[in-house]
Write a protein that binds this ligand. Structure first.
Ligand code: ADP
Ligand code: MG
Length: 745
């Protein structure tokens, strides 16, 4: 058949293949200095940020000191100082060709938001000039009415304001045609409610930092002044050629493929992981990294991931709020630079069935960032060299166990989304059951403590008999890494692996901070109670640790988290297994969670409930978009292609019969006929299930219906479409196939 007789859709697909096959990779030339010499990364790192070092250089000393104090105390900057700081920032920005500024904030969409204003203003005589005042730096009033608020803010009181978060440096977004000064900000209603993701994150950092300080104080670690959670976010993503992606309405609308037959080869050969990075992807990565370095994002590692066309980028860890901001920048830069390289960058948790989905491992620890020389810079989850340091380590570990054990349902809810539902528990990513992996050595130590063998020993003896002198080895002990655990200890940090690749990590990190603050407070209280009853400090601490280890035993699991056995075992242990988003989200507003946030003041009850509503709503909207996209694909692409092929085959059967020859294609024709019948039936079923959701008044009911009936109907529609894809002649098929999208680039 000549290509001119093909349907337009099928022709477009074949042209896309040709286009992809003849692409010349876009080069990225690393930056050079005025002599044409290649610059080192250290020479341009942070060049587009106005960080503390530059502040110190550019600001009068007393202003700088006050600014630092404000940052450390998390207070609002007073206007006097703000004017001076704004002036310095403006001069710096204008020198770099910046024309506009914006408050850059994180509404509850999971993304960032910005509204640009020009520096342009007019002086008294009406002459144009550039102006940027202190009040413009510290506060702005975007129209808040169109951001999700989960019912916290009704549209008639739409006012909210953004306020500079001076703990995160301002930066220049350097687009080819325009440079904008971005001011990282929080977003708050006029009543002081957090309308964004970041306000609560900052509160939670304060809370868990304070809890850590108090706990440290109780166990005799003195000299620590400020403790913060540190976070390193490994970002996974897919790169698909734009020519293919633009022919897939599902990728463009829903971020994932809603159908697509399995290619003969997926990831079973395990040949992509850590393989040599394809030239096109490498040149894309180099450009991303250049953009990110300029923004001061310390991206460090890059590699192929498990699935074909899947990659990962990870930075060096930073304080949790900076890491969160930087991850937003990573996602944005990946997306923008991908377009320049004719790629579609895909962040969805499960863009392709049958190959691994993408996550965002949230590596979490806590560090003393201000303190006396002996403790300054200490990572609280780093096993130490002396018995006392190891006592500190074990106490913090026990506090983490307590927090995660008590709030495992809440932690599950923190990563719940329609995308992540396809990944968690799909035998490739951590299951929806939250458990903690500690590894052999730590497990043995926990067991020893549990037996009570070290109960009343002093710390030197206890650590000796626990074999804790070997503790520094846990950081090198990477052999027992368990990839199936959602929350794994990896040497000197925990790795929360259940976070979705497209998610803002603000919420999961906030809830993790809150849970662990609770664990620390409870452990602290337990130690203090034992001290009050006359026990010496070390014995009191070890004793409380022992209680914690016994209490939280159910949460520890080092086995295969993907196995069916674990699902059964976890049920026996009473661990929640919240498979789908609607049931997971209910944890946000559980009594236990309400109490946690009331105690810690990280969310007011109104804020908490709104978090729940925003997420339920988003889930419903995402699913509705998926259903709508699927309808369109089936009705306008799949069915027409099948009808056309069916018709063409039927004609050949008629001709063959007329000629009196045999027509073996009748077999195929019948198969297609049968499948088409099933597709009609399933398509109708989907329609009916979808209609049902519209009849519910409450979003919760809709969400549940989407999670059950609608999802099931969608997967049934998909199955038939995929069977049809496997039988309809290739040249009729309008949608780029998995084998093309995943293997051609
Ligand atoms: P992996 O084998 O899991 O890739 P890496 O050592 O490369 O382990 O670390 C992964 C991430 O963990 C990196 O982003 C790294 O910066 C981060 N990380 C390391 N130490 C800490 C810490 N103390 N706190 C938070 N994140 C950390
Ligand atoms: Mg990792």
């Amino acid at each position: 058949m000549s290509s001119s007789s093909l349907g337009l859709g099928a022709r477009a697909r074949l042209e896309a293949i040709r286009e992809v096959n003849t692409r010349t990779p876009k080069r990225f030339d690393p930056p050079t200095d005025e002599n044409g010499e290649r610059m080192r990364i250290s020479e341009f790192f942070g060049m587009n940020t106005f960080n503390m070092r530059q502040m110190r250089e550019k600001l009068p000393k007393e202003v700088y000191v006050k600014l630092v104090q404000t940052i450390e105390q998390g207070k609002k900057l007073d206007l006097e100082i703000a004017n001076t700081v704004a002036h310095a920032i403006k001069e710096w920005a204008l020198e770099r060709g910046v024309t506009h500024f914006c408050h850059w904030f994180q509404p509850q969409t999971g993304l960032t938001a910005e509204k640009h204003d020009a520096f342009l203003d007019f002086d008294e005589e009406g002459h144009p000039m550039e102006r940027f005042s202190g009040s413009q730096l510290i506060q702005s009033e975007p129209d808040a009415s169109s951001f999700p608020s989960g019912g916290m803010r009704t549209t008639f009181e739409a006012r909210g304001y953004t306020a500079w978060d001076p703990s995160s440096p301002v930066f220049i977004m350097d687009a080819p045609s325009s440079k904008t000064l971005c001011i990282p900000s929080v977003f708050i209603s006029y009543h002081g409610d957090a309308l964004d993701e970041k306000t609560a994150l900052l509160r939670s950092m304060e809370v868990v930092g304070q809890s850590a300080l108090e706990l440290l104080h109780t166990i005799g670690v003195t000299g620590a002044k400020r403790v913060v959670p540190t976070v390193g976010l490994e970002q996974e993503y897919f790169l698909i050629d734009r020519a293919f992606a633009s022919l897939r309405p599902d990728l463009m609308m829903a971020g994932r493929t809603l159908l697509g037959g399995q290619p003969p080869k997926g990831q079973q050969l395990e040949d992509h992981y850590f393989g040599s990075i394809p030239t096109r992807a490498l040149s894309f990565m180099a450009e991303c990294e250049y953009e990110l370095y300029k923004l001061g994002v310390p991206v460090k590692t890059r590699h192929n991931e498990v699935a074909p066309s899947q990659f990962e980028s990870a930075p060096i860890f930073e304080e949790a709020n900076i890491a969160t901001d930087h991850n937003q920048l990573v996602m944005e830069v990946l997306r923008k630079v991908a377009q320049r390289h004719n790629f579609q960058m895909i962040l969805h948790e499960k863009p392709f069935a049958g190959v691994n989905g993408s996550g965002k491992h949230c590596n979490w620890s806590m560090a003393i960032i201000a303190g006396d020389p002996g403790v300054h810079g200490v990572n609280l989850l780093e096993p130490g060299k002396t018995p006392h340091q190891n006592l500190r380590f074990i106490v913090v570990l026990a506090a983490v166990l307590k927090g995660v054990f008590k709030h495992s349902g809440l932690l599950r809810s923190s990563v719940a989304s329609s995308g992540n539902d396809h990944r968690l528990g799909a035998n490739e990513a951590p299951p929806a059951i939250i458990s903690v992996f500690l590894g052999d050595l730590l497990t043995r130590i926990c067991d020893e403590i549990e037996k009570g063998n070290v109960k009343d020993m002093n710390v030197e003896k206890a650590m000796l008999s626990l074999g804790v002198s070997k503790l520094p080895e846990v950081s090198k002990d990477s052999t027992d890494r368990n990839r199936t655990s959602p929350f794994a200890f990896t040497g000197n940090k925990f790795e929360f692996r259940a976070v979705g690749s497209s998610a803002s990590t603000a919420f999961p990190t906030t809830l993790l901070n809150a849970a662990i603050a609770d664990g620390m407070n409870e452990l602290n209280a337990a130690i203090k109670a034992k001290l009050a009853s006359g026990k010496p400090m070390e014995a009191a601490a070890l004793d409380a640790v022992r209680d914690a280890i016994i209490e939280t035993k159910a949460i520890r699991f080092d086995g295969n988290g993907y196995s069916e056995d674990w699902v059964k075992e976890a049920a026996k242990r009473g661990l929640p297994n919240l498979r789908k988003t609607p049931e997971a989200l209910e944890q946000i507003t559980s009594a236990k969670s309400k109490e946690l946030f009331k105690k810690t003041k990280i969310f007011s009850e109104g804020e908490l409930v709104s978090r729940y509503h925003v997420r339920v709503e988003r889930y419903v909207k995402n699913l509705a978009i998926e259903v709508d996209t699927m309808r369109q694909i089936v009705d306008t692409l799949v069915l027409p292609a099948c009808y056309a092929y069916h018709g063409a085959l039927a004609s050949t059967v008629v001709s063959a019969k007329a000629a009196g020859v045999s027509a073996p294609q009748l077999d195929c024709l019948n198969k297609i006929g049968t499948l088409l019948g099933t597709l009609h039936e399933k398509r109708l079923l989907l329609e009916n299930e979808f209609r049902k959701t519209e009849s519910f008044a409450h979003e919760e009911e809709k969400a549940r219906a989407f999670a059950d009936g609608v999802s099931k109907a969608m997967s049934e529609v998909r199955d038939v479409c995929d069977s049809l894809e496997g039988i309809v002649a290739d040249e009729y098929w309008p949608l780029p196939k998995y084998r093309e999208m995943l293997f051609l680039s």
